[in-house]
Design a protein around this ligand. Structure first.
Ligand code: AMP
Ligand code: MG
Length: 328
């Protein structure tokens, strides 16, 4: 059995193919990068539309299959930017209809988490999900991913990207901030640390970091201080969530999971709590089609599919609104 998955929530049009064991047979993508500023939703959608045939063909070639071998078409139904989501949904509907195979509407956040759980071989872990659009600390309980902590304003990845833009660094900012932080020479500059209960906020930190830079502090030192502050906030909430949920595993996923310093800090939290820590492979940290395909496989195997009537995009679909049918 072979399932195709289409990721199309924001900057990435990803098309992945997995087999019945969840093995990735193909993971093809085209990434839209704005000329300046943040993502322009309609421009992103136009790019995805133009790239669709090429990315689809590349995935089919990489997997070395023919379209008639597909047993399901999964697509990211939400959350995300409506114009981008619509492009993915249209491709998925037409493929499913023309091949007469099930359509599988997937929640993007659940897909990131399930793919990480698969690669980390984790059972019921505490999940730290950090990306350009999401910052959530969650775990599965009674068939749903329950959110224990999340950002009250902007996502961690988004904050790093916005800081990088202010510092005239190219998009995406996360990797650049990480590299510069390694070259810091003068140590830590205090920045606002905002944890409210189990939730986090990053916009005050962003403003203060930009001000620090304006005052003439070396960019490397600001990057270092920014990372240390933001990642400590994540570590604090992680530690508390671990204590409350009594989970024995922590997994990290989302684009920010590529960051070594963050992984180092979460490893320390895990060690102190005698928990096991694992992170999604860097190759799959960001948005990808394979995670949608894999989640499609789980959905199909649990006897579910999405009818045409139910296949409308859900741009604000929250992680904790999804029933996790495949977990008994
Ligand atoms: P996603 O939204 O899951 O595709 O992830 C993209 C986000 O991950 C962007 O905000 C990037 O800046 C961020 N990111 C990618 N690599 C790194 C890194 N090495 N350190 C921190 N953030 C990163
Ligand atoms: Mg994502």
């Amino acid at each position: 059995m072979v399932i195709l998955g289409i990721e199309c929530t924001a900057h990435t049009l990803g098309i992945g193919i997995v087999n019945s064991e969840g093995k990735v047979l193909a993971d093809s993508k085209a990434v839209y990068t704005p000329k300046e500023g943040g993502i322009h939703p309609r421009e992103a959608a136009e790019n995805h539309q133009k790239a669709a045939i090429t990315v689809l063909q590349a995935a089919i070639n990489e997997a070395n299959i023919t379209l008639d071998q597909l047993r399901g078409v999964a697509f990211s139904q939400g959350p995300g930017l409506p114009p981008a989501l619509r492009v993915g949904a249209v491709i998925a509907r037409s493929l499913a209809k023309s091949l007469n195979i099930p359509l599988l509407g997937i929640n993007h956040c659940v897909a990131h988490i399930e793919q990480a759980r698969f690669f980390c071989q984790a059972k019921i872990p505490l999940v730290i999900y950090l990306s350009g659009g999401n910052t959530q600390i969650t775990t599965l309980a009674a068939h749903r991913y329950r959110i224990f902590g999340e950002t009250l304003d902007i996502a961690l990845g988004n904050m790093l990207d916005m800081f990088a833009r202010a510092a005239n660094l190219a998009h995406p900012g996360g990797p650049k901030v990480e590299q510069l932080a390694k070259q810091a020479e003068n140590g830590y500059h205090p920045l606002p640390y905002t944890v409210k209960g189990m939730d986090l906020a990053f916009s005050g930190l962003l403003t203060a970091a930009k001000q620090l830079l304006k005052k003439g502090t070396a960019l490397e030192d600001v990057c270092y201080s920014l990372q240390e502050t933001a990642f400590s906030m994540i570590a604090e909430v992680t530690e508390r969530a671990l204590a409350h949920t009594q989970r024995e595993e922590i997994i990290l996923t989302g684009g920010v999971a590529a960051n070594s310093r963050l992984k180092e800090m979460l490893q320390i939290v895990a060690n102190e709590q005698s928990a096991h820590f694992a992170s999604v492979p860097v190759k799959y940290a960001g948005d990808n089609g394979a995670m949608i395909a894999y989640n499609g496989l789980l959905l199909l195997n649990s006897g579910n599919k999405t009818s045409l009537n139910e296949s409308g995009i859900q741009s604000k679909w929250r992680l904790d609104q999804v029933d996790i049918h495949w977990e008994s």
